[in-house]
Design a protein around this ligand. Structure first.
Ligand code: ATP
Ligand code: MG
Length: 333
């Protein structure tokens, strides 16, 4: 029997938002006690689309914000290991060993890579971006993770990890688990623009760290049913971002059903629907605000978690790289 190990994380490109929450963080919180939990700050993955000096300089602050976001969301410091990817060079060793277990056409078929190249304004695919899923396989397998909770945009990458693990085990003997993808209740959360997935790079986000006034402002500016010009015109609930958020975040399910009914029959204005959504989101975020304030008041806590977590993870990774090299016959001691 293998131990339950969870690995997931984020690139340090900004603060975490509701999309991250439903796609991955909700499952991190839910599973943190059932798994030995590793949360990667994937700064090497950031470099595949953002590698200017300014991007890199911002990443340290972003990393701290992300860890605080996770603590605020309910990850308990004593049940989690946060670590900085670039501070563990042995991950690169594993990446090198894995590069020969997957073909270029296979990687070229991963749909999210083309989206990422396009969104970051690159007209050609950098070698590192093509290798993004291989490096992610190194992240996941360097701690021998058995479970990976990620959003839909990342699911194809986890599939590559599973293939690499199987291929390695087939060639060199059973060394790695074939990790399970843990699906989210909302695989992709649409942004406040109603157009694309909620994303830092697009700016259509509601942040976990937004205050009540900011949340209200973002909600009041949200897109709804474009065909509905007045409150007495029947509106469409399906695919309407305001109702998608009501479904995902409003704990008052009876209120949501009642609003939907009145919306469909032209008996409620957008303003009331949005006011109730803003209130619901603030109810949802309030406990996070309390926890954030508590953890933020402990000086040095976040830095200490990252430093100690990285040291702990590095020990695990060293052992994994040794296991892999030994299985391959590259070393015997
Ligand atoms: P963004 O996509 O906001 O620019 P990012 O690409 O830097 O941020 P990632 O590090 O790729 O963020 O994503 C971290 C995790 O959050 C991944 O598991 C991803 O699937 C999930 N995620 C990100 N955005 C969304 C969303 N809108 N809906 C659901 N899951 C999401
Ligand atoms: Mg992303």
């Amino acid at each position: 029997m293998r131990a339950n190990v969870m690995l997931t994380g984020d690139r340090p490109t900004g603060k975490l938002h509701l999309g991250h929450y439903v796609g991955s963080i909700a499952n991190r919180v839910r599973l943190q006690h059932a798994y030995n939990s590793f949360f990667i700050i994937a700064d090497l993955h950031m470099l595949t689309t953002k590698n200017s000096r300014a991007d890199i300089e911002r990443s340290a602050g972003n990393a701290r914000d992300m860890v605080l976001d996770m603590l605020a969301a309910g990850i308990e410091p004593e049940s989690a290991t946060f670590y900085l990817q670039s501070a563990i060079p042995e991950v690169g060793d594993l990446n090198t060993l894995f590069q020969n277990l997957v073909t270029v056409p296979r990687l070229e078929r991963v749909p999210s890579l083309k989206d990422m190249a396009r969104d970051s304004g690159k007209d050609e695919m950098p070698y590192g971006l093509l290798g993004y899923p291989v490096l992610q396989a190194a992240d996941i397998l360097c701690v021998k993770a058995t479970a990976v909770p990620v959003g839909k945009d990342n699911a194809a990458h986890v599939e590559v990890t599973r293939e690499i693990a199987r291929r390695f085990n087939h060639l060199y003997g059973d060394t790695f688990p074939v990790p399970e993808l843990i699906h989210a209740d909302v695989p992709t959360l649409v942004g406040t623009d109603g157009q694309a997935k909620m994303s830092k790079s697009i700016g259509n986000t509601i942040l976990l760290s937004d205050d009540a006034a900011a949340v209200r402002r973002r909600v009041m500016g949200m897109y709804t049913d474009p065909d509905r010009v007045r409150a007495d015109v029947p509106g469409k609930v399906e695919g309407n971002p305001v109702f998608i958020y009501h479904d995902a975040f409003n704990d008052d399910k009876a209120q949501v059903e009642e609003l939907k009914e009145r919306y469909r029959t032209g008996r409620v204005g957008d303003v009331e629907v949005k006011e109730k959504l803003a209130a619901a989101l603030n109810r949802f975020l309030d406990p996070m605000r309390e926890r954030r304030a508590k953890y933020a008041a402990e000086p040095g806590l976040v830095d200490q978690l990252i430093v100690e977590g990285t040291e702990r993870t590095r020990e695990v990774v060293r052992q994994t790289v040794f296991d892999a090299r030994k299985a391959m016959g590259l070393t015997s001691t």
